[in-house]
Structure formats: structure tokens, C-alpha cells
Design a protein around this ligand. Structure first.
Ligand code: FES
Length: 114
């Protein structure tokens, strides 16, 4: 059965903007982040496909200065916001692992297993 696990209120994430989170889902620990852009939200596991390091250097900061791409703070890889595909840096063609989310009643939820 599907379970909604609260990540944060939608208003907590600016547009464009990002928000890192850490929570439990189905007995597993999930370190992830949400990116909001043009009214849409996307979420990924906070693990760079290059080395598995967390992408953020500053808390909740996962975007480049222009707010156009996800940026890994470790070796500067850049990823498309809507697909998580790496388009620049040491791991081209690799992708971030997407997380299923739902925006409902002003909140962002992770879809987990009950
Ligand atoms: S760990 Fe992300 S680019 Fe190297």
C-alpha cells in the first residue's frame, strides 16, 4: 500500500530552489532532495553517480547559481532538473536516482511503502 511521507511544505522550497531531506520510508533511511522549478517539483537521492557523495555543499543548496541545473559540489557535475541526467562533468550520461513524490494540499510528500 502507498504511504505519503511528509517532506516539507511546498512554500519551503523557492522556485527555482531546492531542499534536502532525510527520513525513514518502509524501514529504510532516505537521504534526498527536492528541486522546484517553473511550478514543478522533482526529487532525487542525494548521491552523486560519480562517487556516491552527497551533492550539496551548503545545506539545501543543490542548484547552480542560475537555478538552471542541479550541481554537485564535489567535482562540479551538472544534471538536468527534470530527468537527473548528467550533462557536464566527470559522469556524463549517468543519472541521479529519482524518488517518487506528490504535491498535495500545499505539501510535498515522498511516496513510500506502508
Ligand atoms: S562526486 Fe559529484 S561530481 Fe564527483
Amino acid at each position: 500500500m502507498e504511504k505519503l511521507i511528509l517532506i516539507c511544505p511546498l512554500e519551503r522550497v523557492s522556485d527555482p530552489g531546492s531542499y534536502g531531506f532525510s527520513l525513514e520510508s518502509g524501514g529504510k533511511h532516505v537521504n534526498g532532495f527536492v528541486v522546484r522549478r517553473d511550478g514543478e517539483c522533482f526529487a532525487y537521492v542525494n548521491s552523486c553517480p560519480h562517487t556516491g557523495s552527497p551533492l550539496d555543499w551548503v545545506e539545501h543548496q543543490f542548484l547552480d547559481l542560475e537555478g538552471a541545473l542541479i550541481q554537485c559540489a564535489v567535482h562540479d557535475a551538472r544534471f538536468l532538473i527534470d530527468t537527473g541526467e548528467c550533462i557536464f562533468g566527470p559522469c556524463p550520461g549517468a543519472s541521479l536516482e529519482p524518488l517518487p513524490i506528490r504535491v498535495d494540499s500545499g505539501n510535498i510528500y515522498l511516496l513510500g511503502d506502508a
